[in-house]
Write a protein that binds this ligand. Structure first.
Ligand code: ZN
Length: 284
């Protein structure tokens, strides 16, 4: 115990061990990139900022708040890089983070699948019950991608869409709804972020409605020709950023179990690319 009290501030290496237990690398998709993008394992971390995207706005926020770790969901270099010049927007972030003593670590599809990951956060935000993974991972501890479960009671698609709009964080996109608004829904599939690829899976899972983001015209239109599940197309950022709050609680609990105390904040920035939504009207 004496040792623990003396080391109340953990090293980056210690925090990364915690992150790797919560979001194991083995859960990641083959095409993905996850882990420590920049940072020194021996550095002490007193403050962590959690955000969805590693972009100028969240790096500013991390540096201005004296954070020593910026944890993001999305990778900085999904397709790799050979160059990090300060003249490049991403290279500039690397330069500024290193200069400011702030590490950058990301957990993407491994955090999607994890027991305390994105899918769990989204399903619990929408208060789904009897939840199972949409795409099971085969892992004994971590369920897999997406979730399918039940609402507490049957309601119309319109009523449920209003709940989704009310429960997701405020952003410029809002939600788009496809389907018979007065039809009843009960079984719900969810997948945070781009959900095109699980349209068929959600149908096979017997869902009445599928909540996801980034649905494109052709896949969505063709899907709805076959009936349910109806579609609720929300924002990529909103459906995934619900994970940040859960991550704060998980990391804080694990570090405190190890005897460490770290200040953990969730970014207040909405990092959707869009800033304004307008209806089109073609008025004269
Ligand atoms: Zn995403």
């Amino acid at each position: 115990m004496g040792n623990r009290t003396a080391c109340a501030v953990p090293s980056l290496g210690t925090i990364i061990n915690v992150l790797e237990n919560l979001y194991p690398a083995r859960l990641a998709e083959d095409w993905d990139r996850n882990g420590l993008i920049c940072g020194n394992l021996e550095a002490r971390v007193e403050r962590i900022l959690i955000a969805l995207d590693p972009v100028k706005e969240t790096v500013d926020e991390a540096l201005n708040s004296d954070s020593q770790l910026l944890l993001t969901h999305h990778p900085l270099y999904l397709r790799g890089t050979s160059f990090v010049p300060a003249s490049d927007p991403k290279g500039n972030l690397i330069h500024r983070l290193i200069r400011g003593g702030c590490a950058l670590f990301n957990a993407h599809t491994n955090a999607d699948s994890a027991a305390e990951g994105v899918a769990t956060a989204l399903a619990s935000r929408l208060e789904l019950e009897r939840v199972v993974p949409l795409v099971p991972s085969g892992d004994s501890t971590h369920p897999g991608l997406g979730r399918v479960g039940y609402l507490r009671y049957e309601m119309t698609l319109r009523e449920f869409a209003n709940i989704v709009a009310k429960f997701l964080p405020a952003g410029p996109n809002g939600v788009l709804i496809g389907g018979n608004l007065e039809d009843t829904v009960f079984r719900v599939a969810v997948s945070g972020g781009s959900g095109d690829s699980f349209l068929t899976t959600a149908r096979e899972a017997g869902a009445d409605v599928y909540v996801t983001a980034d649905l494109r015209h052709h896949p969505a239109l063709e899907h709805l020709q076959g009936g349910k599940p109806y579609l609720i197309n929300a924002s990529h950022w909103a459906t995934e950023s619900v994970w940040c709050d859960l991550a704060r609680d998980s990391i804080s609990r694990e570090l405190s179990n190890l005897g460490y105390e770290v200040e953990i904040e969730v970014s207040a920035k909405c990092t959707e690319p869009w800033d304004l939504w307008l209806p089109t009207t073609e008025s004269e």
